[in-house]
Design a binder for this molecule. Structure first.
Ligand SMILES: Nc1ncnc2c1ncn2[C@@H]1O[C@H](COP(=O)(O)OP(=O)(O)OP(=O)(O)O)[C@@H](O)[C@H]1O
Length: 741
């Protein structure tokens, strides 16, 4: 238990803090032009410069300053850093901290995993400390992150490094239910770490929410927060922040857009891009591979990859939530022998955080959308980043692969590129991303589409997911901005659908229209079948094929990395490298994907691994190995399989429809029977008040709108039957008399 500190001790502490603050402030004063001497042994900063990268001069001046304790920092921060085992500064920390500590605006750019978080957390703590910020001062700093997981990670770093400070900090992210409690407390918080949406929600809804005194604004992953996705929110947020503030922007892919900077009203910012001169834009200890994988072999390739890396921690990127859900559910049913998890934006927040924490701790495969692409620093290093679907641009590629090879650790990544996406290689090369182009060893592929087809027949929910995955994938390609890379009309959609295990290709209206319009423009003969158009594309590119490469030591060790890499340097610099991909596409006609007969069982070997369907087909097809069949035979075989699947699917649907019909009829009969009883009862019960009320109640359930009318009607009838015989005789007499007169 900590003993309460004595009054004398607290007084001493306050005094020493005051002295410390004075010293720190005078150092900052000394950095201004025309200032006097430097009160600390810390070297003077270079004079302020217009936007430009940090120059050699800066580094030589700071050559001796490589450790945190050499910086003019408060003891609280130094203690926090030391306890968190941060001793030596990384390049971006060395370059930006002196400027940021002086209160300058910063545009910081450095490779992924290079320590940008501390480059803004430390200045935030120091600024508030020097300003003697207290609970009554309210919000002193806002740190904005594009995703909830990243915000939570930043919050952890803040808690650890800032633990000796007395600031209150809050994590404000969407998806948390306790927004009301947050509203009550948000004004007491000094440092807010938040996502744009939640911050804006507080700005709009929380009574007296006040950030008019805010000192430091930080945008982590600044280019992402400044892009069109967050434009509205960010503009609304900025309009409510004080103009006089320090602004720090950090990202591995920094924006230099003047428009963006104008939105933020930066004041003469320092642009610190410490790796701009670096030969590569990605970490040097990251090995990056690109493989040509046709769309319909992506799942086979992914499955084979996972099966051959069961001891690794793997992060898999797919383009949409639906894709993630389907691949996760489908692979789970196949029991690969490693835990599988999935993460996407449609999940409940608690679940998201639980999965994020699990993946931080455990060896597993995490299927994710781009929600995990930026900033996340999974505790125990990720071994592999697998990009099954091509990222939307180079920046996105850099962030995705940046989830591995962080700080000083090693990492590997592989990107599956379809033949139509090979332009991406040029773009990566232009952005100094060194990738090595490998051909997959298709003899080691373990096809899964046959198994999936069987699962889909058994599990209609999975079939539904597959359809959604199919459609959203095509849509994701359709809406991509970069039309040089993404062309939905070039995709082999039937084969893709079959590879997901779908018995029939779902109809995609936008695609049909697009193909039609394209055909109208480019094809004089409308009658030409789609297949032959694909053939043309294929033939045209395969002419360039036939490039042989050299052996690669590591490639040989790896199941999926071909031993015929295409150039000696292991780079994908010659874009001619793309050609083997088209060769694979051509061989696509051999269709490694097999649609197994409906209802056939998934077979596991002795160790619980699923047997590839081809192995089984080889056994079951009367001793004939389908691998050995000639292409025409194979094509015939697969056509037959497909037909069978279609037939079975149709029969299933009919049976299901019949079942539903029968169920409906049964319900109808039951319902009618109930009502009949009610009507019968009505006949029996006329006259009795209780029973009339009972009848009214029963009726009101069915005829909700006519409830009250029915009641009144019944009441009138009741009165009429209550007229006595004498009265009726008197009435009749009156009537006869009146007729006579
Ligand atoms: N000075 C340091 N000494 C030791 N480890 C450090 C230091 N600075 C940062 N790290 C560690 O390096 C890893 C990456 O840091 P951080 O997450 O800040 O990188 P980043 O540049 O923000 O990456 P990204 O661009 O992906 O967001 C973290 O595990 C962090 O703890």
């Amino acid at each position: 238990m900590r003993r309460p500190k004595s009054r004398e001790f607290r007084k001493q502490q306050r005094l020493s803090e005051e002295n410390e603050i004075k010293l720190l402030n005078s150092w900052i004063q000394s950095q201004k032009p025309d200032s006097g001497s430097n009160p600390m042994s810390f070297p003077p900063l270079p004079p302020k410069s217009p936007i430009g990268r940090i120059d050699d001069n800066t580094f030589s001046r700071y050559a001796g300053v490589t450790r945190f304790h050499q910086l003019p920092l408060s003891n609280n921060t130094k203690d926090g850093l030391r306890e968190a085992k941060f001793v030596d500064m990384t390049d971006i920390q060395r370059a930006s901290l002196p400027h940021a500590l002086c209160g300058r605006d910063i545009l910081g750019a450095a490779k992924t995993g290079s320590g940008k978080t501390l480059a803004f957390i430390i200045p935030v703590l120091e600024k508030l400390y020097r300003e003697r910020w207290g609970p009554e001062d309210g919000v002193g700093s806002i740190i904005i992150s594009p995703t909830r997981e990243l915000a939570s990670q930043l919050f952890d770093v803040l808690k650890s490094v800032g633990k000796h400070h007395n600031f209150s900090a809050g994590l404000l992210i969407g998806g948390r239910k306790d927004v009301e409690t947050e509203k009550e407390r948000v004004n007491e918080l000094n440092i807010l770490i938040c996502t744009p949406g939640r911050l804006l929600q507080h700005m709009d809804e929380t009574p007296n929410f006040d950030c008019s005194q805010m000192q430091v604004l930080v945008l982590d992953e600044a280019d992402r927060i400044l892009d069109s996705g967050f434009k509205k929110e960010l503009n609304a947020i900025i309009s409510q922040l004080p103009k006089h503030r320090q602004t720090l922007l950090f990202s591995a892919t920094q924006t230099k857009s003047i428009q963006d900077l104008a939105r933020l009203s930066l004041k003469d910012p320092e642009y610190l891009s410490v790796h701009e001169e670096s030969v590569t834009a990605t970490p040097t200890h990251l090995k990056q591979i690109v493989m040509a994988v046709p769309l319909d072999q992506k799942l086979d390739m992914l499955w084979s990859f996972i099966k051959s890396h069961l001891q690794s921690k793997i992060l898999v990127f797919l383009s949409s939530c639906k894709q993630v859900k389907f691949v996760f559910e489908a692979f789970k049913k196949l029991h690969p022998g490693i835990p599988l998890k999935c993460l996407h934006g449609r999940m409940k927040q608690e679940r998201r955080m639980a999965i994020y924490s699990y993946f931080c701790e455990k060896r597993s495969v995490l299927f994710s959308t781009d929600v995990a692409a930026r900033g996340l620093d999974f505790n125990k290093a990720v071994d592999w980043v697998v990009q099954v679907d091509c990222p939307e641009n180079v920046a996105s590629y850099i962030h995705r692969v940046g989830r591995t090879a962080r700080y000083k650790s090693m990492g590997k990544s592989v990107l599956f590129l379809m033949p139509s996406e090979m332009k991406m290689l040029e773009k990566l090369e232009a952005a100094k991303v060194p990738v090595r182009f490998n051909k997959p060893r298709k003899e080691l592929l373990q096809p899964v589409s046959g198994l999936l087809a069987a699962f889909l027949v058994k599990h209609p929910d999975l079939q539904y997911r597959a359809q959604r995955a199919f459609i959203t994938y095509l849509r994701s390609i359709h809406i991509q901005k970069d039309k040089e890379i993404f062309d939905v009309t070039k995709l082999p959609i039937d084969e893709f659908s079959a590879s997901l295990g779908l018995p029939m290709t779902p109809k995609v209206r936008f695609l049909n229209q697009k193909i039609k319009s394209k055909t109208l423009v480019t094809q004089p003969t409308l009658a030409e079948p789609e297949d032959s158009k694909k053939e043309n594309v294929l033939e045209a590119s395969s002419e360039k094929s036939d490039i042989s490469g050299t052996d690669d030591e590591e490639a040989e060790k790896d199941l999926l990395l071909a031993n015929d890499t295409l150039n000696e340097e292991g780079k994908a610099s010659e874009i001619g490298d793309v050609i083997p991909a088209t060769r694979i596409l051509k061989k696509k006609k051999l269709k490694i994907n097999v649609h197994r007969p409906v209802g056939s069982r998934v077979v596991f070997d002795d160790e619980g691994n699923t047997l590839p369907p081809l192995a089984r087909i080889a056994d079951t097809q009367s001793g004939q190995d389908t691998f050995m069949l000639d292409p025409e035979e194979k094509a015939k075989y697969y056509r037959k399989m497909r037909e069978e699947l279609k037939k079975a699917d149709k029969e299933d649907k009919l049976a299901q429809r019949q079942r539903l019909r029968e169920k409906r009829i049964k319900e109808k009969i039951k319902w009618k029977g109930g009502n009949g009883e009610e009507e019968d009862n009505q006949d029996d019960i006329s006259g009795s008040e209780d029973e009339t009320a009972n009848r009214q109640r029963k009726r009101s359930k069915v005829y909700f709108d006519s409830d009250s009318d029915a009641g009144e009607g019944d009441a009138i009838t009741g009165k009429q039957t209550a007229v006595t015989l004498e009265e009726q005789e008197a009435l009749a007499l009156n009537l006869i008399n009146s007729m006579r007169s």
